[in-house]
Design a protein around this ligand. Sequence first.
Ligand code: DAH
Length: 339
Amino acid sequence: MLKENLLQMKSEAEKRIEEAKSVAVIDEIRVEFLGKKGKITEILKGLKDLSVEEKKELGKLANEVKTEMEEKINRAIEVVTEQEIEEKLAKENFDITFPGRECPKGSLHPVTVVQRRAEEIFKGMGFMIADGPEIETDYYNFEMLNIPKDHPARDMQDTYYLSTGNVLRTQTSACQSRFMEKVKPPFRMIAPGRCFRNEAMDASHENTFFQLEGMMVEKDLSIANLVYIMKTLLSEILERDVKVRLRPGFFPFVEPGFELDINCLLCGGTGCPTCKHSGWIELLPCGMVHPNVLRAGGIDPEEYKGFAFGVGLTRLAMMKYGIHDIRELNSGDLRVLNK
Ligand code: DAH
């Protein structure tokens, strides 16, 4: 009796599966027969009341029916799904050869472009690329760079002090300090990165900006090497031959320290409002590394000499792309990206 029941159910289910035209209908059949309270499941539950012999025979059969039905259902779902897709495609008249709709392409931020270019140029001259944290200790950001706690030179940088005593780094020069502790001279390194100062914001001041620090330490180095490297960098980045000049400048971590100017790109050096009619634009502070800094980094200043520089990456990007207001760069205004 049970056996006939089972076989009958099997053929009924198979017939309905064959006729089913949608995944939803097949799913209903699955629940009806194989679900928790399904017809086949109920029969399997009833087996426990049978004799051992019957249990053996019917149990085997019931399991076979169940497996077979599951397979049929899965196959049917595959077939029906494919049919459904084909029908949909036929109805929607979808032409896969139709050209796509144009979508505006993204681009890199001007500062990123300039940073990557600078990295390439420096790598070509044998410089390593270093990194450092944006939250920096007072020691690496100031003290190791010959700027002790109460030194008036700290006033040059409006610093964000954190309650932990750390600072938001005001200069990528902090990466020099960390680098000297790790790498033995001779070395050449650059460290591009974001810096922070509590600036009153205007067209040329932002509280968040990018610098690129550089340092070269060797036994025999002079200001001439520094000038050559700077001139190469600027000519390559700005894609023209630039003239440079040095003026004295004060930074506690270099001695002598300089302000490096380039000839004004807008007027070519004849004088205009941008260069305040001087023909020169202040671009890059640099100098020969102070013996105290070398010593703090474990380098003997009698044996090694070094030069260091701090490129204003944000400033450079503004010059290269003719961006007049620094605030545009952090504004999220997409027009800046089309420069
Ligand atoms: N860290 C300095 C600043 O942000 C810039 C600077 C000056 C870096 C002279 C140097 C350097 O490496 O030699 O104002």
